[in-house]
Design a protein around this ligand. Structure first.
Ligand SMILES: [Zn+2]
Length: 251
């Protein structure tokens, strides 16, 4: 058991919330009960995940995609009202960490993906700031083999662009989620391939014209690992019951 305030203070410090500028508040977004025994983790605080957390008897829900995004409609109506009402009715704390969970050097989505893809010398790509938004790593493989490995690890079909299957791949850059806008920086840094979750129409043209291979592996699929790693750490650190619940999302 841990006090909610204690857990939030710990996470805010470990995930360096105070130093990271973001598009949403990071930390405790909705206050629930005062102490936590069972923590449910998941990618997005959708109604389906909330319902699963209620069913599991969670005291807190820890997610990568929470609420209150810059530019979203503010009134608590419709879908937004239903989600928040469900959490409040069951006294469930909502903890959300967006960029801090992408960027963390050990538990972060990017760092975790580097390990999952069996890359070596995994470090933030220097050309991009703040450090940790985009990562780079090394391997000695081909585009075909790397694509097959990613498809198998993430268990979903990929969008793969430009470059033949036998194209040698040594330097890889990646950004989990919707990171397709970083493809030019990856190309300029001399990477052979850039991997992210989502693809835009223009991404394909940039890949072709800048001579970098590109892989879109799913926003959800590439962002399952950070929040899961944080949860596993918290289970050990505070002796909490922690359950990762994956609500599948093909996007
Ligand atoms: Zn995301």
């Amino acid at each position: 058991m841990v006090l909610t305030t204690q857990l939030v203070d710990y996470l805010n410090k470990e995930l360096q919330v105070a130093t990271i500028k973001d598009y949403c508040p990071n930390g405790l977004q909705i206050e629930g009960c005062a102490d936590i025994r069972h923590l449910v983790t998941g990618v997005t605080a959708s109604q389906q995940l909330i319902d699963a957390a209620i069913e599991a008897g969670a005291d807190a829900l820890l997610v990568h995609h929470g609420y209150f995004w810059k530019g979203e409609s503010e009134p608590l109506v419709g879908m937004k009202k239903r989600r928040i009402a469900s959490l409040l009715a069951h006294d469930i704390n909502l903890l959300a960490y967006h960029l801090p969970i992408d960027m963390h050097h050990q538990w972060g989505n990017n760092a975790q993906l580097g390990a999952l893809f069996e890359l070596s010398n995994v470090v933030p790509l220097e050309a991009v700031s703040p450090a940790g938004i985009v990562y780079q790593g090394e391997t000695s493989t081909t585009l075909g083999e790397l694509s097959a490995l990613i498809e198998q690890k993430l268990d979903r079909p990929l969008v793969v662009c430009e470059g033949k299957a036998d194209k040698p791949v040594n330097k890889v850059a990646w950004c989990t989620g919707g990171g397709q806008g970083f493809i030019e920086q990856a190309a300029m840094a001399g990477c052979d391939v850039f991997i992210t979750g989502e693809v835009s129409e223009q991404t394909i043209h940039i890949a072709r014209e800048m001579g970098i291979a590109f892989i879109a592996a799913g926003h959800h699929a590439t962002e399952r690992y950070g929040v899961k790693a944080v949860g596993e750490h918290l289970a050990g650190e505070f002796g909490l019951k922690v359950t990762f619940i994956d609500i599948d999302n093909p996007a």
